[in-house]
Design a protein around this ligand. Structure first.
Ligand code: UDP
Length: 494
């Protein structure tokens, strides 16, 4: 038979901004290569949220499109339209959300035979467990999108292999086993696999591990120069079936975050004008991602630190269902009035990539979500790190200790979803202020860090250009997939 020379990839993201945004960026990256069509499987609400961005690529002739599956919200006791984890009104409803996500399997399989051309590969989020089953049923390879660093992968691998922390107390530091660098952490800072949370059961996490191991390989949103030693080690473990093709946020000229909320263009212009009025490298941008819910008392500590630091700042506040408490403080304490000349509060959602790439921004106070980290790295901005949950403490270690472009505020424990109040205020405003000042400082320590961050930002951009590491890895991955589907089609024709 004729060799296969065309790939049709089904991309299936987890329905949460931190997972969907990078996958849509990845879809456009693939679709720009010759002979590749990409179909992104999602739901109507998400197709509307991310549609405007994709439409501009479709208009430019890219073979990329959405396949929309109705989302069983109401049947699962969710209000209509709760098709994304960040739209779920209360965290107690996350199990319902996850049950609804599982029902998408049947909905996709009902449609599968009518998808043309027949898909010959699935790239899906590691948390979309059922996609492993579907890929098997239709005899096509599944590539896992993990959405986190090779550093995280390696740490997890070695922690499973050597449960060195079993006998230790929650706050007792120990050295992460097996790594090329000496890095200390505490049990209270480990990701959910080692630190059970209500977000996912250990059984679910075990299934993530199993399905990940069964997949053909893994695409990683990272670039080799960022974590060289760790990429090398992880590739060894996975027998080469690892492809770093990031930073994916650089694959698109448009910032996907922009289109998600707010009045869009008008707000954007207002932010940019405000930034234009500030000195180069002087502004701190503070944002905790899409799903963290920081308690009002802890938010107040952050606000006071921003105020005390004397740097101009943009502060993105997502208060969720406690918005009233936060608004009361903002107005009653006189905070907004006191800072009005040098601070800007953005409620709910900011065009992050756009803001980070403005030359006035000189520091990024981040919750260390992996996308945010990569966006900061790509923009060449040093970071003030304040991890909250999941693998964010590991991302902090990578940025502060291995890469050396961040200063930690010193957060001590993972804040579990739904347990935000349990620990009260864990980070004092004085600590945050000190970290901000160290990053924004114009002395030699600050300059050194700034220079490093800037240089790394250039390397990140190069990685995606022709001849760059991520670009080469993408080419290799595509060749590999073409060969696989060629073998498959020869098998099926004999
Ligand atoms: N984001 C944004 N504006 C916001 C908050 C988040 O554009 O106000 C984007 C951000 O640029 C990133 C994603 O949402 O691409 C958040 O992903 P990350 O992995 O940093 O954190 P998560 O939300 O998954 O905790």
């Amino acid at each position: 038979s004729k060799p296969t020379n065309h790939l049709h990839i089904l991309m299936i993201p987890l329905l949460a901004p931190g997972h969907t945004i990078p996958m849509i960026n990845m879809a456009t990256l693939f679709a720009k290569q010759p002979n590749i069509t990409v179909t992104i499987v999602t739901t109507p609400v998400n197709a509307i949220r991310y549609g405007p961005n994709l439409q501009s690529h479709i208009n430019a002739g890219l073979p990329v499109r959405f396949l929309q599956l109705p989302f069983p919200s109401i049947e699962n006791g969710l209000p209509d339209g709760c098709e994304s984890a960040d739209l779920v009104p209360g965290l107690h409803l996350l199990p319902n959300f996850s049950a609804a996500v599982d029902m998408l399997q049947q909905r996709l399989e009902q449609r599968f035979d009518s998808i043309k051309p027949r898909p010959n590969c699935v790239v899906s989020d590691k948390f979309m467990l059922w996609t492993d089953d579907t890929a098997r049923k239709y005899r096509i390879p599944r590539i896992v999108f993990d959405g986190m660093s090779c550093f995280k992968q390696l740490v997890t691998y070695y922690l499973y292999a050597h449960k060195v922390f079993d006998e230790l107390g929650e706050l007792e530091p120990f050295v992460l086993p097996g790594l090329p660098d000496r890095i200390e952490i505490t049990r209270a800072q480990l990701p959910p696999e080692f630190n059970y949370t209500r977000m996912a059961t250990s059984e679910q996490l075990e299934r993530v591990r199993e399905t990940e191991a069964r997949a053909y390989g893994m695409v990683v949103n990272s670039f080799e120069e960022l974590e060289q030693e760790y990429v090398k080690e992880f590739k060894k473990l996975k027998e080469g079936k690892v492809w770093c093709i990031g930073p994916l946020s650089l694959s698109s000229e448009k910032d996907l975050g922009e289109t998600l909320r707010g009045d869009g263009i008008d707000d954007e212009q207002r932010y940019l004008k405000w930034l234009d009025s500030k000195e180069r490298g002087s502004v701190v941008y503070a944002c905790f991602g899409s799903s963290s819910r920081v308690t009002p008392p802890q938010l107040i500590e952050l606000g006071l630190a921003l105020e005390a630091s004397k740097s101009p700042f943009i502060w993105v506040i997502r208060a969720g269902d406690r918005v009233e408490e936060v608004e009361n403080w903002l107005s009653e304490s006189g905070f907004e009035n006191r800072i009005k000349d040098r601070g800007m509060v953005i409620r709910d959602w900011a065009p992050q990539v756009l803001i980070l790439s403005h030359p006035s921004v000189g520091g990024f106070l981040t919750h260390c979500g992996w996308n945010s980290i990569l966006e900061g790295v790509s923009a060449g901005v040093p970071m003030i790190t304040w991890p909250q949950f999941a693998e964010q403490f590991l991302n902090e270690k990578l940025i502060v200790q291995v890469v050396g472009i961040g200063v930690s505020v010193g957060a001590p424990v993972v804040v579990h979803w739904g347990e935000e109040d349990k620990f009260g205020v864990t980070v004092k405003s004085e600590q945050v202020k000190t970290a901000i000042e160290r990053v924004m400082d114009m002395g030699s320590e600050g300059n050194e860090r700034r220079k490093k961050a800037k240089a790394l930002g250039m390397v990140a951009k190069k990685a995606l250009e022709e001849g760059g590491s991520s670009h080469n890895n993408l080419t290799l991955l595509i060749q590999d997939l073409l060969q696989l589907s060629d073998v498959a089609s020869q098998k099926s024709s004999t």
